[in-house]
Design a protein around this ligand. Structure first.
Ligand SMILES: *[C@@H]1O[C@H](CO)[C@@H](O)[C@H](O)[C@H]1NC(C)=O
Ligand SMILES: *[C@@H]1O[C@H](CO)[C@@H](O)[C@H](O)[C@H]1NC(C)=O
Ligand SMILES: *[C@@H]1O[C@H](CO)[C@@H](O)[C@H](O)[C@H]1NC(C)=O
Length: 697
């Protein structure tokens, strides 16, 4: 093979990936196209050799190279274009990537790996590992993208921040089986309560090693990475009990389960809102995920005994991480049947759900319905299906509900309304950020339709922090009256992100299943772990706070039987706006009283944004909070990395386009952009913020 072909292939690969595949922001930052003769990487050479020795396929392989050569010319023309903007360029790049994936699929995985080597990633092992895992799936996804529709547009917007603006497509058709009853009210409280346990984001790391580096350059530390360890002496020694840059060591996991036994041995049942596995997405295998799940659920069963535990799938509960096809694809290059069969089997075996409920979960992406108590239906969603890091969300982008999950949710809620039953909804991720806007708005509308009379609460995890979100009726001005439901975003067990581990439980009204109080208990791993270890002590778990005592207005105390209604939380947020001490308490509890809790200074954009987001239940509302905070702090610097899309071979800087110029490019889907469409500057900020990878867990 000639050197120029190699160079061209390499450049093509660079462009293919740059334009079309990975969402690693490091890639976006560091890629500059330099098309010059460069030797193939060992990975490519090996790949090449294997395939040509394969004999039978030599002709096919030649044909692929020929194709690559031709496609390269198209890419050159594309990059030389003076007329295309960055979004059009990205979308056309998608078409090239699709051609490549369809006709030269064998080259892609090796090419992806070599790109990691070429572009000097900070963590070559992580990049290459991720590529290896995602490669085969990306080939399949490209093959199915409908590029005459909006799929390419979504892929650009979410994988290459700044290329195309984030599409603010709202649901096109939301219809409910029946209109909402007028004056729908929750039932009156009974005055009697039960306890319910809630824990989340377990993230057990079986490879955690006390004594390893606790301050490494990986996204999780406290492991022996062998030749991928950071050079030099250990900066901080990992304690036995955990560290703020590491996932959960088994010792901490067991300590948390003991804390559950200590504080809530009599809970009526428990919720686990997902994420069993560790954060090393670049190292995991199917087998690893399976075993983490088997072992962890076994432990939960062992400690909780007869207490039923209901489990939602998290983005780290699948292989590859974050990926979940919403429906069976024609070319089933990836299916989660093995995964859902596996987990549903354990849930059934542990007697957490019945065999018919488990069957439902197996055939519905791990969504299921169960009745923990008479009068209460629990609906468990798989929220991975609309997570923006799930590449399958780039397929079927013209549809509101490709997996049918929302459709099923509506039917279940209607059934409960018809039978005067109360409902809880649980899922890993509250759909308020890093979710497709369409799914997010759809979820909010559904919650609004069936609140406050049917849905008694929404429970989630994912963000590791202890937070709550007031859901308002989208058809009303935000007020105490428009507050119709609550998302309780539970704290994590993992101390990763410098936040302490925590468990949560609720007092629940026995008849209405409304939350009457919420408690969090935590152990100060961040500051005390080394001390406990040195003194042969166990972590000391303490009740951190009770929501009722903390957020109740001392001048207008609640009736003892009254639940923590959405209005209660609305008033708490309004008070935080005036009462700095109350707001500081919130921030302290958010990180589970970690000494590394973030500080939002008085009057800062951070403070405004945080307070606003406590009442923002959709991606759009969430982003508006950011825009409002930014507009009050014009000089606040955004990270430079989002300023421009990238640099082309010719050194041209591609400018980010304004959303308003993009109408019509995405297959004629009706684009509603709320009041923001006109505000171009704000749009840019919104887009950057939505794509800010901070908060991806
Ligand atoms: C692709 O999208 C276009 C525009 O939305 C649509 O008309 C067409 O039916 C889609 N093709 C397939 C195969 O889904
Ligand atoms: C909207 O959805 C409902 C229920 O799925 C369906 O019956 C109806 O035909 C749809 N309407 C439109 C305009 O697509
Ligand atoms: C749990 O229930 C038992 C038996 O009713 C009771 O003795 C015990 O105090 C309860 N424990 C807690 C922590 O509430």
């Amino acid at each position: 093979m000639q050197g120029t072909t190699r160079a061209r292939l390499k450049a093509l690969a660079a462009i293919t990936v740059f334009l079309g595949t990975v969402s690693l922001s490091c890639l976006i930052l560091t890629v500059t196209f330099t098309v010059q003769a460069a030797p193939f990487s060992p990975a490519i050479q090996a790949n090449e050799k294997r395939q040509s020795l394969d004999g039978s396929d030599t002709d096919g392989y030649r044909a692929q190279l020929y194709l690559a050569n031709k496609v390269y010319d198209d890419v050159e023309n594309l990059l030389d274009s003076q007329t295309l903007d960055s979004c059009q360029m990205c979308q056309q790049g998608m078409q090239i990537a699709q051609t490549f994936a369809l006709q030269a699929p064998k080259l892609l995985p090796g090419v992806l790996r070599s790109l990691c080597e070429r572009y000097a990633f900070k963590r070559l092992d992580a990049c290459a590992g991720l590529m290896e895992r995602l490669g085969p799936q990306l080939v399949g996804i490209f093959a199915e993208m409908n590029l005459t529709g909006s799929d390419g547009y979504y892929a650009c917007a979410y994988s290459f921040p700044g290329s195309c603006p984030v599409p603010l497509h709202l649901p096109q058709n939301i219809t409910f089986p029946k209109p909402k009853p007028v004056h729908a009210q929750p039932p009156p409280p009974s005055g009697e309560t039960i306890q319910v346990l809630h824990f989340s984001d377990w993230h057990l790391d079986p490879l955690y090693r006390p004594g390893a580096e606790a301050k490494c350059s990986h996204n999780i530390c406290c492991r022996d990475y062998g030749r991928w360890n950071d050079p030099g002496p250990i900066k901080k020694r990992a304690s036995k009990w955990g560290e703020g840059k590491c996932d959960t060591p088994i010792a901490l996991g067991l300590s948390a389960l003991q804390a559950i036994q200590l504080f809530v041995p009599n809970a009526s049942f428990g919720l686990f809102t997902g994420d069993i596995a560790s954060h090393d997405s670049w190292m995991i295998t199917e087998k690893y995920i399976e075993e983490e799940e088997t072992r962890s659920y076994e432990l939960f069963k062992q400690y909780l005994q007869e207490m039923k535990l209901y489990v939602a799938m998290g983005n780290h509960d699948s292989y590859p991480s974050d990926q979940a096809p919403g429906r069976m694809r024609p070319n089933s290059y990836i299916t989660h049947k093995w995964l859902y069969d596996h987990v549903a089997g354990i849930w059934e075996k542990n007697n957490w759900i019945s065999s018919s409920e488990a069957d439902y979960a197996r055939s519905h992406n791990a969504m299921f319905m169960t009745r923990p108590m008479p009068g209460l239906k629990l609906i468990t969603l798989n929220t991975d299906l609309y997570y923006v890091r799930n590449f399958f969300t780039m397929l079927d982008t013209d549809q509101d509900d490709p997996s049918g999950m929302f459709h099923d949710l509506i039917l279940e809620l209607q059934d409960s309304e018809d039978h005067n039953e109360r409902v809880w909804i649980m899922g890993h991720m509250a759909p308020v950020t890093r979710t497709l806007p369409r799914a997010s708005v759809l979820f909010q509308r559904i919650v609004a339709r069936y609140s406050p009379h049917v849905i008694a609460g929404v429970f989630s995890g994912h963000y590791h922090q202890d937070k709550f979100i007031v859901v308002h009726d989208p058809d009303q001005e935000q007020s105490e009256e428009s507050a119709i439901n609550m998302v309780y975003q539970g704290p994590s067990i993992t101390p990763l992100d410098k936040s302490n581990p925590a468990i949560r439980w609720y007092d629940i009204d026995k008849k209405t299943f409304s939350v009457v109080n919420a408690y969090t208990a935590t152990a100060d791993i961040i500051d005390q772990a080394a001390y406990w270890e040195a003194n042969g002590m166990e972590p000391e778990w303490k009740i951190e706070y009770s929501a009722r005592e903390t957020y109740q207005d001392p001048e207008a105390p609640l009736n003892p039987q009254a639940p923590l209604s959405p209005a209660f939380w609305y008033r708490a947020v309004e008070r935080m706006k005036q009462d700095r001490d109350l707001f500081k308490k919130y921030l302290q509890y958010e990180s589970k009283s970690s000494s590394e809790a973030r500080e939002c200074h008085k009057g800062s954009a951070c403070e405004l944004e945080t307070l606003c987001q406590m009442q923002a239940s959709t991606v759009v509302q969430h982003a508006i909070c950011t825009l409002q905070a930014d507009s009050l702090h014009k000089h606040k610097k955004r990270p430079k990395k989002w300023e421009a899309f990238g640099t082309t071979r010719a050194g041209k800087t591609l400018h980010v386009l304004d959303y308003s110029e993009q109408r019509g490019v995405n297959g004629g889907t009706e684009v509603e952009s709320l009041e923001m469409a006109a505000q171009q500057r704000q749009q840019n900020l919104l887009r950057r913020r939505l794509d800010d990878s901070k908060g991806d867990l």
